[in-house]
Each structure stands twice: as structure tokens, then as C-alpha cells.
Design a protein around this ligand. Structure first.
Ligand code: GLC
Length: 548
């Protein structure tokens, strides 16, 4: 796809976006109601997380039918209307394709369970006895990755929940079925696809125990992954669509191949390495202060590494699986607004395609749930049990969930300060964050200095300046743990972005002060660029453009 750098994607988690009928759950008519808002923000693509029929054990990532709409979200007519109404506003719809696994409620899996050999071959079944797992791999949601079916005398693989059975991509019929799903949605006018954990689809031929880890090294960026992607994209003719792969624990060499246009695989990749800098020993469930040097190192590695080899990054902090970034790397208190703006600018001005997750443009925070009864997410509930088994107290386990749970991002979109935060007239399926009275769309649209208006400006700037959408990037002040700084260049345009990652004031040494540059964006009214020094206030971002 051309001009990838000029596009911005907005991610909608429909269940928590806008409820049009008062049942407490967001729906497609609710998304349609808010299209003017999204157009006003200036984004180009709307990525909707799965709205297909599903038992909702993993909030729709357990798909029971890829070519229909779950009644909880609406009807196929609603989806068609959403695509058409988006189109009228210059917005394109991207759907989420969960092709690593299906729900065990899917017709294919049911037929497999009923003994149909042909459909057993759609999944990864292994003969065995109940006491002998095919391999010691762990599910990403905790516990073993295999489930025994006594009636068949077989185990099946599930890298996620036990109700999410992994598909067998080795089987050409499976690949054909999935291509048909793409063709179906393409026909409906969908213009982009996000592929869920797509780098896990190619499993090794033989399953062996992993003595060093949970098995991921055997199936991450697996043996036939590049072939399968080329086939899927080539045979469905979506090479010119906006396509993004969610790449779990991936490697840069593979991401280069996934996204280099010459390879004809995908437009870009999500990688998560920069979102693990606060995982102690790489463990999501062990808390630690973010390692800012590591964050800087990872950004530099992925930005310059992908640039050199013509790969392309999806730029993001937030999604429906990640805690809110302001709560994580910013400040929920005194410097809330500045930190939300700085974090936005920090990634929006890098090389790649930026993604905004609903509410990020308001600086939404984690909800700070204090009771296990407030959590809904399968992963959080499983890990709560695991943490208790490991000997943590309830308080300790709840503290970890409050920082790490995926529910942190799934609380209702904060449209207004009214009860139900303008999300619903009923009881929301998950509790709202208490601060919706202060942090909401209505208040921020009316305030020219809000986080919302800052995001609008970031989007506009990317559209105005080729140096942002097309420029090269190099990193500055690599040794300074507090400031993430980079330079963008395109023909005779040049931009320098300085992000103070901390809540303290920092003076940047004189040799990195640029004469002949002027401030074009910041999150403080004035700026302290004087006679050879720059003083960056807490979470300040300063964007300097070279005068021409
Ligand atoms: C992806 C999704 C996540 C889901 C998982 C399994 O990581 O983003 O929400 O639970 O895949 O489909």
C-alpha cells in the first residue's frame, strides 16, 4: 500500500464504545452514532475488534462464525450500514481476523468432536492417553496448552483459552476456508484487516517438550509463516489493502519480511517489546518500574532496524490488551494532561503508521478496580487464581491485576460526565473508570487545550508534513535515560522531537540545542529554549522544526 505513513488508524472495541439500546453492551449502531466524532478527529481507518458470533469467552476472539454478526453487536445490515456510512465520511473499515484458532463452538470444531476425520484435520489433534500430554507447552492464559477429549482419545492444542482451538494451517483446506472469509468481507467493502496473533499460525511438524520455556520458541514466527502469509494475501488480492499483523514475541528479522513491500506479505506489524519494559524478568505478572533506557533502546532498534531494511512499524501504546499508557508511563495526578500529550506525540511523530485506541485521545486512565468481582477478562481471572496458588495474598494479587489486567483498557469510552458516561443508559457490562466526570469527550471538545485537541493536531501535522509521514529517523541523546529524542528528515525538511519521559525538570546540554529551529508543537504554553540550553519541564514534549 502506498502512503502508509500518511494514514492513522483508530481502534474501536465495540463492546465498550457506545451502547445504542441500553443493554449495557456497546454495539454497531452505537459505532454508527459516533462516526461524525471519528471523522472530526481526522483518522482514516477504523479497526473494529471481532463482532462475529462468539460465546464471548475471550470477548469475541473466540469466533464461532467468521461471516456473520453476533446478535449482541447487531446484524449484518448494521455492519453494511456502518461500512457505507463510514465511506461517506472518508473512513475505511478494518476487521479483525482471528485465524490462529476458532471457538470450540465453531461448526468445524463441533464436527471434529462428532468424529468427522475431515474436520479433525482442521485442528491440531494428537492421539494419546489422559496422563500423557503431547508436549509441556503452556497456554498464554495460564495452564497447559492441551486439552484431552476422552470420547476421541485425543488431545487438541489451544495456545489461548481451552475454548480457542488452534487451527491446522498445514491443511490446505483450512487455508482455503480462511481465504474465503477474506473474500466475503472484501466483497462487503471492508478495506483493511488486522490479523490476530498471526505469527503463531505455523506450528512445527513434531511437538516436543520445551525445557527452557513455555513452548513459544517452537511456534513463534514458525517454519512456514512467510509462505502462508504470501499465499493468503496473494490469493485474496489484498496486497493493496491496509493489513497489520499482530506479532506475538516476534523477531525483527521476521517483521522486516512480514512488512517489506517486496515480500508481498503485510503492510505492517505490531510488536510488543516496548510494552514489556515494566515486566520483571519478562514476566507480565511481576511488577517493576519501567526501564526507560530499555524503552529507548527498543524504539531505536525497531525504528532504525525496520527503516534500514524497508520494513514498516505500526506505532502504538494502547490497545484492548494493554493497560492505559498514562497510568503506566505517565502521571495520573498533577501532570496527567502533559504526560498524556507527551506520550501521544512521542509515538505519533515516529516513522510508521500510528494507531489510537478508543479513549487514548482523551488520556483515559486505568480504573483501579479493587475487587476481583469487578474483573471480566478470562486471562485476569485465570491469573488471579494462579497468583494465589503461587502464595500471593489477595491484596498482592489484586495490586498486580490493577496494573496489568486487560480490563484496564476495556472500561467504557467516556463520552460525557453523566451517569453511564454517555456510553449507556443501562448498566455497563464492565464498570466505568470513576474519573469520567472529569475526563470525557464532551469536556475535552469544549477545551482548546485538551488532550483531545492535541491528538487532533498530531493527526493534522502528519497530514501536513511529509517529514512526519515519509521522513527518515535517527535517535539523539542515546545516553540520557530521561529524554527520548529523535530527528526526522525529508528532503530539506527537518524536525527534532524531545520527550521528557519523567516527572522532573531536565536541562538538556548545550551541544544538543539547535539554533535556527522553531517550536511548532508542545504541551506547555511557552517554552524554555534560551541561550544555548533547553529546560524540559515534567513530561514536556518539544517539537522543533528547522527554519527553511
Ligand atoms: C490477541 C488479541 C487478544 C486475544 C488473543 C487470542 O492477542 O488481541 O485480545 O485474547 O489474541 O485471540
Amino acid at each position: 500500500m502506498t502512503d502508509l505513513g500518511g494514514k492513522i488508524v483508530y481502534q474501536i472495541y465495540p463492546k465498550s464504545f457506545r451502547d445504542s439500546d441500553g443493554d449495557g453492551q456497546g454495539d454497531l449502531p452505537g459505532v454508527i452514532e459516533k462516526l461524525d466524532y471519528l471523522q472530526g478527529l481526522g483518522v482514516d481507518y477504523l479497526w473494529l475488534t471481532p463482532v462475529f458470533p462468539s460465546p464471548q469467552n475471550d470477548n469475541g476472539y473466540d469466533v464461532a462464525d467468521y461471516c456473520a454478526i453476533d446478535p449482541g453487536f447487531g446484524t449484518m445490515e448494521d455492519m453494511e450500514r456502518l461500512i457505507a456510512e463510514s465511506g461517506k465520511r472518508g473512513l475505511k473499515v478494518m476487521l479483525d481476523m482471528v485465524f490462529n484458532h476458532t471457538s470450540t463452538d465453531h461448526e468445524w470444531f463441533r464436527k471434529a468432536l462428532a468424529g468427522e476425520k475431515e474436520y479433525q484435520d482442521y485442528y491440531i489433534f494428537r492421539d494419546g492417553t489422559p496422563d500423557q500430554l503431547p508436549a509441556n507447552w503452556q497456554s498464554k492464559f495460564g495452564g497447559p496448552a492441551w486439552e484431552y477429549v476422552p470420547a476421541l482419545g485425543k488431545w487438541y492444542l489451544h495456545l489461548y483459552d481451552v475454548t480457542q482451538a488452534d487451527l491446522n494451517w498445514e491443511n490446505p483446506r483450512v487455508r482455503e476456508e480462511l481465504k474465503n472469509v477474506i473474500r466475503f468481507w472484501k466483497e462487503k467493502g471492508v478495506k483493511g484487516f488486522r490479523f490476530d496473533v498471526v505469527n503463531l499460525i505455523s506450528k512445527p511438524e513434531v511437538f516436543t517438550d520445551d525445557m527452557e520455556g513455555d513452548g513459544r520458541r517452537f511456534y513463534t514466527d514458525g517454519p512456514h509463516i512467510h509462505e502462508y502469509l504470501k499465499e493468503l494475501v496473494g490469493d485474496t488480492g489484498i496486497g493493496e489493502f491496509m493489513t497489520v499483523g499482530e506479532m506475538s514475541s516476534t523477531h525483527i528479522e521476521d517483521c522486516i519480511r512480514y512488512s517489506n513491500p517486496e515480500e508481498r506479505e503485510l503492510s505492517m506489524c505490531f510488536n510488543f517489546h516496548h510494552l514489556k519494559v515494566d515486566y520483571k524478568n519478562g514476566d507480565k505478572w511481576s511488577l517493576m518500574e519501567p526501564d526507560r533506557m530499555e524503552l529507548k533502546r527498543l524504539f531505536e532498534e525497531w525504528q532504525t532496524g525496520m527503516q534500514e531494511a524497508h520494513g514498516w512499524n505500526a506505532l502504538f501504546w494502547c490497545n484492548h490488551d494493554q493497560p492505559r499508557i498514562v497510568s503506566r508511563l505517565g502521571d495520573e495526578g498533577q501532570h496527567w494532561k502533559q504526560s498524556a500529550k507527551m506520550l501521544g506525540a512521542c509515538i505519533h511523530l515516529m516513522q510508521g503508521t500510528p494507531y489510537i485506541y478508543q479513549g487514548e485521545e482523551l488520556g483515559m486512565t486505568n480504573p483501579h478496580f479493587q475487587d476481583i468481582g469487578q474483573y471480566k477478562d478470562v486471562e485476569s481471572l485465570n491469573y488471579y487464581g494462579i497468583l494465589l496458588e503461587q502464595g500471593k495474598t489477595k491484596e498482592e494479587a489484586l495490586k498486580i491485576l490493577a496494573a496489568r489486567s486487560r480490563d484496564n483498557s476495556r472500561t467504557p469510552m467516556q463520552w460525557s460526565g453523566e451517569a453511564g458516561c454517555g456510553f449507556t443508559d443501562g448498566t455497563p457490562w464492565i464498570e466505568t473508570a470513576g474519573n469520567y466526570r472529569e475526563i470525557n469527550v464532551q469536556a475535552q471538545m469544549a477545551d482548546g487545550d485538551s488532550v483531545y485537541h492535541f491528538y487532533r493536531r498530531l493527526i493534522e501535522l502528519r497530514k501536513e508534513k511529509s517529514v512526519i509521514s515519509r521522513g527518515s529517523i535517527d535517535f539523539l541523546m542515546q545516553e540520557n535515560p530521561d529524554v527520548l529524542a529523535y530527528r526526522r528528515k525529508y528532503q530539506d525538511e527537518e524536525l527534532v522531537v524531545l520527550n521528557n519521559l519523567t516527572g522532573k525538570e531536565i536541562t538538556v546540554p548545550t551541544e544538543v540545542v539547535w539554533c535556527g529551529y522553531e517550536k511548532i508543537l508542545g504541551n506547555y504554553e511557552d517554552s524554555c529554549v534560551k541561550n544555548g540550553t533547553v529546560s524540559l519541564r515534567p513530561f514536556e514534549v518539544l517539537v522543533l522544526e528547522k527554519r527553511r
